[in-house]
Design a protein around this ligand. Structure first.
Ligand code: NAI
Ligand code: MG
Length: 398
């Protein structure tokens, strides 16, 4: 097979460290690829006024597959102040390069698998009726619609007259908000399209079928948010009935789902949700399997094949300058395994996951988060593994 080219997008802070370590593990596992580096993040905002330069988009367009560390985002004022002086006159506005990538490439399918590793001291523990404790095994791949819904960005404070007039045509708006002065109104829309809803639902069902999961749960709130959540659930019923009768379809409300999270997380298989509820429920389940050091993700567009693989954590700036990096590289390494699955390098992915599982089960090498320490520069002296030591331990198992 010809050698792949992977676009490596280190970004900022610990993004750079974990990406380097993941590439070391990929290479040791026998994945042959060329890596080209794509510029993204805060540094490029400050220097060029653009955290996602066109040349980076071109690289991804060409090579299709991106491995992404993490970026730093800062509030509006700070973003302006850190912009290089000659750019400050240009009226540039910072916007997140991650959201930019999603929108530019239509990366509407987001997958965040949450799986327990045996022996991870951060696994959720539950008290049973008889007072003993057990550790439910979580294996919940979560599909999150990634481009619309509440994060679609269609929102106003003090909405323009035409918008206000349109809202006034809705009886409930008129009755409940009709007397509110327009300058006291903020409106964020929650737009679902049939096309994108069908795509995320089918992605979830296809995945359940391919990997033998017994159920797909739509986690929304159709009893209250009738139009958007309601449409998603209705479409799911139709799709399940016609194309996936062997897979059960369940329906939970996001609020109840979060309450049940710690009661019976092992009951759930594939979960699918809109943008915001998908974000919430995936963070909830990630908390049961070890949190940010373990939470991996994929974002992709099935039509173009463009895919981006990244840990869900950010750039953790407070740890970025430690002389020895202390953060857990497993979320990034797991994201690399998702990339391998996506490009049908399943054997190498399985090999890497097995190595990670062995290191965790053995329990000799643990980063500070796994030792439940407070993240400080001295954790390595106190016995925690550094980022590099964790990657070395995984490589040794390959
Ligand atoms: P963060 O995820 O960077 O860090 C939160 C805390 O989680 C850290 O202080 C650390 O205690 C822990 N943590 C994160 N990654 C870890 C790892 N691999 N191993 C062990 N512990 C880890 O989130 P925070 O502090 O809210 O944001 C920092 C910056 O990152 C901000 O500028 C934010 O905008 C950005 N961010 C970027 C994301 C991305 O690139 N996808 C996602 C979230 C935040
Ligand atoms: Mg989140």
């Amino acid at each position: 097979m010809s050698k792949r080219t992977i676009v490596a997008l280190p970004g900022d802070g610990i993004g750079k460290t974990v990406l380097d370590e993941a590439i070391r593990v990929l290479t040791a596992a026998g994945f042959e690829a060329d890596y080209v580096e794509g510029d993204i993040g805060w540094e490029f905002w400050c220097k060029e006024g653009d955290p996602l330069p066109q040349r980076t988009l071109d690289l991804l367009e060409k090579h299709k597959i991106g491995l992404f560390g993490a970026i730093t985002s800062k509030p509006k004022d700070e973003a302006f102040n850190e912009l290089s002086p000659e750019l400050q006159e240009k009226g540039l506005i910072y916007s997140s390069p991650i959201v930019g990538l999603r929108q530019h490439f239509g990366l509407d399918i987001c997958l965040r698998p949450c799986r327990t590793y045996k022996g991870n001291p951060l696994n959720f523990i539950r008290r049973s009726a008889n007072g003993s404790f057990d550790e439910p095994k979580v294996d919940v791949p979560i599909f999150r619609q990634n481009t619309e819904g509440l994060y679609g960005g269609v929102e106003w404070s003090n909405p323009p007259a035409q918008v206000h007039e349109a809202l006034m045509t809705h009886p409930k708006f008129k009755k409940n908000f009709g007397n509110v002065p327009v300058e006291e109104l903020s409106v964020s829309t929650r737009i679902f399209t049939k096309e994108a809803t069908e795509r995320i639902l089918r992605a979830a069902f296809d995945y359940a079928k391919k990997y033998n999961y017994k159920s797909v749960t739509v986690c929304e709130k159709p009893n209250v948010i009738r139009e958007t959540s309601g449409m998603m659930y209705k479409m799911a019923q139709q799709i399940q009935k016609t194309d996936y009768p062997e897979i059960q379809l369940w329906n939970t409300n996001i609020d109840a789902q979060m309450m049940w999270l710690t009661k019976n997380p092992e009951t759930y298989s594939v979960i699918v949700a809109g943008n915001m509820f998908g974000d919430i429920v995936s963070d909830g389940f990630a908390g049961l399997i070890g949190g940010l050091g373990f939470a991996c993700s994929a974002q992709f567009n099935p039509d173009t094949g463009i895919g981006l693989f990244e840990p869900t954590h950010g750039s953790a700036p407070k740890y970025a300058d430690y002389p020895v990096s202390i953060v857990n590289p497993i979320a990034m390494i797991e994201s690399s395994c998702m990339m391998l699955d996506y490009i049908d390098e399943n054997e190498i992915a399985a090999k890497m996951r097995k190595a990670v599982a062995e290191v965790i089960a053995e329990g000799k090498v643990r980063t500070y988060d796994m030792m439940k320490m407070i993240g400080k520069a001295d954790v390595v002296e106190k016995g925690a593994a550094s980022t590099k030591e964790m990657a070395d331990a995984i490589i040794a198992k390959l």
